[in-house]
Ligand binder design. Structure first.
Ligand code: DMJ
Length: 630
């Protein structure tokens, strides 16, 4: 039998009572071996049987508790990517140090957004609160939901890939995507915490000084971030922001705003949030700001002024010129066209299409490439001879394609201009660097080629891919892939793994570095363009490398730009990991665009903002592609 001895160990007594529990000194001196030999054959067999049984039990218990982890490691063994929890622990800090949920014994099921909430279900009881709501939502057949996912449980995706939640349940890829999306959600919450604590209701957070900066005084970051929160399923954060919009957002203010910036961030953000949520509050606010921006179009040429006072209704160009920027006057169309469709009032669409018509017919283009400035008095291009896909021209090209898609691919002049421009880019601006032979897009300055490429140009791979997805040349997709690699290298070749604002490419065969950075260009503003393009490329090709590249970039943002007390900061020097030197500013597009595109990039669900139903404006706000009948 087994008995508890007086000492702190368990002794084994077999056979007759020897005076109880080995208290006799003489007996204690007996060696175990002698005792063993004194036992009968039956007793020895019994003891051996008990020992074997014990050993067996221990082995079974060990296998049972360690199996899930071993199995997981095995499945991930292709080894291209570390198990997600490991990556998080190795390279990030703070809130990202969460162990994978599987290691806590959870099993993930269903679409990503739902899993996180359904986890609140404990001990087999029914989910409560938000979890119950989401579960209820999931049960309903097919509807536009909290995250704008048209969810039909168990359906197949259009490209025939497995979509069934049950099939995906065992997929490591699915789990990986999930954990990466969770990391993005945490990054967003951290950014939001900084904004909420130190800049609530103001335009931008200054995370180092724990204060804020004002640009228009309209809660820019909050508005820019609304649809991101909706897409990420951050209900609590969304609801508090909605309350601020309902109670505090007023456009009846004597403030000067930039027409382009307030259109893409505020009007675009409100329209997108209206479409995703169906909440009329956002439509009312969109109508209000939209009509207050209209005075900008009252110019001799109908090319709008850059600035407008939304309180007094007066508009004007910048103090030093009567020019407007070409990208600015040609990248407000998606938003104003949509406003006309929603209100039934054509004045918004008419105003912006007048600009497109004028630009379509203007002299001064070079193989479809446009100069950077246009005069608001005579409506002509100025500063002829400078051609770039970067600052001041970039989104002109983006909006040619996107308007064509928005309108159901019928407006042929827009398509013509786009196709001619892409040809112009290939003919005049695309070159190869040395030694790696990276394909990049340079600039023309009075017929001289300059191998300078703004980070802003990294929107182009995504736009080219979107065009190819909509039936344009497969060559566009090839160029998109090559440029995507280059934009990734602009990050990978920097010491911090973060891109500079501007890169120069080496074209000298003797050179050793493809990407050269000038001291004035070493900063990083948390810009979205590369992540945006990674999202498009991944969505259309399903090549996992794009997700991996994005994951690397996210971790480097976390490493070098995350501010402990809340928020992320732009930095001065991407080449100095020891001292990246914070600039003390979190741009609103970090929440509106960069984090949203990260989240979408890591999703394997093509219905999470379906690109055949929505078009993103240049600030990543989703607007519907118009139904064909219109
Ligand atoms: C954003 O406001 C928009 O993406 C715009 O088109 C370019 N600049 C910033 C992001 O870099």
């Amino acid at each position: 039998m087994l008995s508890q001895g007086k000492k702190d160990f368990v002794s084994l007594t077999v056979g007759g009572n020897e005076g109880g529990n080995y208290t006799n000194g003489k007996q204690r001196k007996l060696s175990y071996w002698r005792k063993w030999n004194q036992l009968s054959r039956l007793q020895r067999s019994l003891i051996l049987f008990v020992l074997v049984l014990l050993l067996f039990t221990v082995i079974v218990a060990y296998l049972r508790f360690s199996a899930p982890l071993e199995e997981y490691k095995g499945r991930d063994g292709g080894g291209v990517e570390l198990p997600y929890g490991e990556e998080l622990r190795d390279q990030s800090k703070g809130s990202l140090h969460e162990p994978p949920l599987e290691k806590k014994g959870y099993q993930r099921r269903g679409p990503p957004l739902l899993q996180n909430r359904v986890f609140s279900k404990k001990n087999g009881s029914e989910p409560q609160g938000v979890a119950a709501e989401i579960t209820e939502f999931f049960k309903s057949k097919s509807r536009i939901g909290w995250a704008d996912t048209v969810i039909s449980p168990g359906t197949k995706s259009s490209d025939g890939q497995k979509e069934n939640a049950a099939e995906l349940d065992d997929s490591v890829e699915w789990q990986l995507a999930e954990s990466r999306q969770e990391a993005v959600r945490k990054a967003f919450q951290h950014a939001w915490k900084g904004y909420k604590d130190f800049a609530w209701g103001h335009d931008e957070l200054k995370p180092i000084s724990k204060s804020y900066s004002e640009w228009f005084g309209l809660g820019l970051t909050l508005i820019d971030a609304l649809d991101t929160m909706w897409i990420m399923g951050l209900k609590k954060e969304f609801m508090e922001a909605r309350q601020w919009v309902a109670e505090n957002l007023s456009f009846n203010k004597n403030v000067e705003v930039n027409l382009f910036e307030s259109t893409i961030r505020i009007l675009g953000g409100l329209l997108s949030t209206y479409h995703l949520t169906g909440d009329e509050l956002f439509l009312e606010k969109a109508k209000d700001i939209g009509s207050r921006l209209m005075p900008a179009f009252k110019t001799p040429s109908k090319i709008p002024y850059s600035d407008v006072n939304i309180g007094t209704g007066t508009a004007h160009p910048p103090q030093w010129t009567t020019d407007s920027t070409v990208a600015e006057v040609t990248s407000i169309q998606l938003e104003f066209r949509e406003l006309s469709r929603l209100t039934g009032d054509p004045k918004y669409q008419d105003a912006v299409m007048e600009v497109m018509k004028k630009v379509h017919n203007l002299d001064g283009k070079h193989d479809g490439l446009v100069p950077m400035f246009i005069n608001t008095n005579n409506g002509k291009f100025t500063h002829l001879g400078m051609y770039t896909l970067g600052a001041r021209a970039d989104s002109y090209y983006e909006y040619l394609l996107k308007q064509w898609i928005q309108g159901g691919r019928k407006e042929t002049e827009l398509l013509e201009d786009y196709l001619q421009a892409v040809d112009g880019v290939q003919k005049n601006l695309v070159k190869k660097s040395a030694p790696l032979g990276l394909t990049f897009v340079g600039e023309l300055s009075y017929r001289r080629f300059s191998p300078k490429m703004d980070h802003l140009v990294c929107f182009l791979p995504g736009t080219l891919a979107l065009g190819a997805h909509n039936g344009l040349s497969a060559e566009h997709m090839e160029l998109a892939k090559q440029l995507m690699e280059t934009c990734y290298q602009m990050y990978a070749q920097m010491e911090t793994g973060l891109s500079p604002e501007i890169a120069h490419f080496n074209m000298d065969a003797a050179g050793t570095h493809d990407v050269i950075v000038k001291p004035a260009d070493r900063h990083n503003l948390l810009r979205p363009e590369t992540v945006e393009s990674l999202f498009y490329l991944y969505r259309f090709t399903k090549d996992k490398k794009y997700q991996r590249w994005g994951w690397e970039i996210l971790q480097n943002f976390n490493k070098y730009t995350r501010v402990e007390s809340g928020g992320y900061t732009s930095i001065n020097n991407v080449q100095d990991p020891a001292s990246p030197s914070p600039r003390d500013k979190m741009e609103s597009f970090f929440l509106g665009e960069t984090l949203k595109y990260f989240y979408l990039l890591f999703s394997n669900d093509p219905d999470l903002i379906n690109l055949d139903k929505y078009i993103f404006n240049t600030e990543a706000h989703a607007l519907p592609i118009w139904p064909q009948a219109e």
